[in-house]
Design a protein around this ligand. Sequence first.
Ligand code: BES
Ligand code: ZN
Length: 881
Amino acid sequence: MKDSQARTIYLKDYQAPDYLVDHTDLSFELDPHATLVKSRLKIRRNPAVAQANETLPPLWLDGVDLELLSVSVNGELLPVQRYEQRAGGLSVSIDTPEFELEVETRIAPEANTSLEGLYLSNGMYCTQCEAEGFRKITFYPDRPDVMSVFTTTIIAPATYPVLLSNGNKLDSGITEDGRLSVTWEDPFAKPSYLFALVAGDLQHVEDSFTTCSGREVKLQLFTEARNIGKCAHAMTSLKHSMRWDEEVYGREYDLDIFMIVAVDHFNMGAMENKGLNIFNSACVLASPETATDAAFQRIESIVAHEYFHNWSGNRVTCRDWFQLSLKEGFTVFRDAEFSADMNSRAVKRIEDVTLLRTSQFAEDAGPMSHPVRPDSYMEISNFYTLTVYEKGAEVVRMIHTIMGPEAFRRGSDLYFDRHDGCAVTCEDFVAAMEDANGADLKQFRRWYSQAGTPVLDVEDGYDEALGEYSLTIRQQTPETPGQKDKLPLHIPVTIGLLAEDGRPLPLDASGQTEAVLHLTEASQTFTFSGIASRPLPSLLRGFSAPVKLRYDYSSAQLQFLMQHDTDSFNRWDACQRLSLNSLQSLQQQYRAGEALQQPTALIEGYAAVLDDETLDPALVAKMLALPSAQELAEQGGEIDAAAIIVARTFARDAIAAALAERFLSRYRALEQHKPYSPTAEDIAERSLKNTCLSYLCAAGSAEALALAKVQFERGENMTDAAAALAALVEFGTEAQAEEFLEAFYQQWQQDTQVVETWFGLQSGSAKYGTLERVQKLIAHPAFEVKNPNKVRAVIAGYTMRNFTQFHREDGTGYIFLADQVIALDKLNPQIAARLVTPLTRWKKYRAQESAQIHAALQKISDSGELSRDLYEVVSKSLEQD
Ligand code: BES
Ligand code: ZN
């Protein structure tokens, strides 16, 4: 394995830029094979680093895969001795502190399969510049602390009637040779990563929003003609987001126009380019017939997320990419609160915590573990991680919890005010929170620099004579690569105490029944007085910190919390603990070669939940969902894939059999006979209904499968149709699965998003033979290896979301993944590096699997030259040896 360009970049080496760019004037003459890009930059020496009587340093411009045509300074062609093209860019010698630089380059969008820079998607031109894609468009100081005003002219044949870029449209016309020409100007200085260009034959829907100060903003959503009927939900979500950011953060939109474009080929979910957000089609287009409830909710949150970046990311941006969580962690926190306000707060929290526990905890315990603010990287694209995003959001949430909402708002106001138009650091964010409130977050800052998931061990004691109850909490963070010794963190632990009758106990003289304990020491005891009898603690309410909490609850205590806790999140969490305990006993029984025992406590707990008509059905559905195999794998100790699968399947079947009548009666009661609407209430009902259906089909009766068939054929909305189809595929006969999958494909083959759902249903099937099916799907005419959504649906659907079949005993799943990664790396390094993740955890598995996974990783390593993206992940994973 080699990568000639692999080098490590360190945060400690940060240096301010030598030169600033005040104005960037771009012109594009679009052509699939030879797009001409001219840039004219007004550049000056950065006064912050200039010395008196200095010799001027050379100007460094990043540039990758570019054909350089010419370089001029102040209107004069520069002789070749004055510049040097090197790997990764261009060095220009400079003799004056202020000058105008003109560069002409040629690029080939058609040949660009990396989907960074300028590329083609279904014949439409589009760009993706974050983090370092702008250097694939033209030579430029492609770093976020160089902020410039941009003017962009796009010239294209008349077959591309829509030509878009950031900001306001200045001018449009027709060139002498009959091409269209449009000029855009973005008055807000921005880093190059926020640049965007789109050109195509697009339709749009339009709406408007009146801001809190009374300005009218034009809202436009562009897409290919066939998708124009799928824009309404995103438009509504956008207007809700704009209002929410005014109300909750006092943030008003700044331009007169806000555009969204949907593209089919996209590495991520969406991108917050100033005034011109570009979205993966799957994250913006929806109709009731074609999109599931999950898709509707995902669209709402991603539209909000990208919109919120206009302040947290664009107006105030990152100084360098080590500060990525400054914009991403904060913006994920903002979008999570938005979704919580629009829908069910508890359900949103449960979903986010589940993601954190299954995937972020795994990342933090693996070879790529890094702090929320990493201190080094080889390839920044590899650091758009769950740690930077989700743990980063938890860190912001903890500040919110520690300070309270009003103080947090004072802090965010000061942050936006103080740093508007600037490129800043995580430190600046924390400092604004402190300065606005006279608070001290000195110890709290360790959350940004220390990797690993802290473990809290809780013990309690009760002194009946004194009426005192005490909680002793110990914290400890495990070693992670490059970080051996860990310091105690400031951890907010929100708690409540429940009396024997289930009522919440007052915790102090003020009568508060909930408190935030500030754990700052390695071990600390908190005492509560005036407690008449031994209470049951409700710990880490709302998941107040991203930690693993251990407390020895009995099954009876967990069932008590499930019924009585006033914190909905903790009611769910108690149920999760009950499930985890049962599943762990079953795994032990399996490993010991014993007969598996009925999980009685779990069945009782589930029965009570199903009988409780007062509970939000969405919460019931979440409680009845067994922890995923992935989550079970994260419980510590060696991962025994077979034991996990056997235990989980056994528990599911036992529950399905024991509670079949209850599942059926709730299923019947929840059938909706009304038009589809993606409201929280309706989504809640559908989620519980489909959970019931799945258990009913798992129990395997012909009646249950008939119910699924009816629901599938009725096809009232995609949520119900897809859930029914999933149940039929999973629990029906092979012939039934084939029949319904084929019918579904026949109905929906023209719809890209539905075909992706159809792929995902098959790659995710726990049935034996899924690998063979996946191999066939790769040859299916609807599969496109150059389209990340298709790759994610078919390949990642199998390798990342199908624990059962990916870990099949013969190890062929691992080799399959290695081969796919090797092939993809040639086309799209970012996707290849993400796809390889399941192989990086080889060390955690039992000897046989571990050796198989390691061999697959080694196969990739031995396959020849790897991209920098893949090289970083594979080399760091093999280093654990
Ligand atoms: N800035 C990112 C998008 C991005 C990052 C694109 C790196 C390309 C490379 C955007 O704001 C983002 O975070 N999008 C998320 C969705 C969001 C809801 C967390 C995504 O694309 O997954
Ligand atoms: Zn983002």
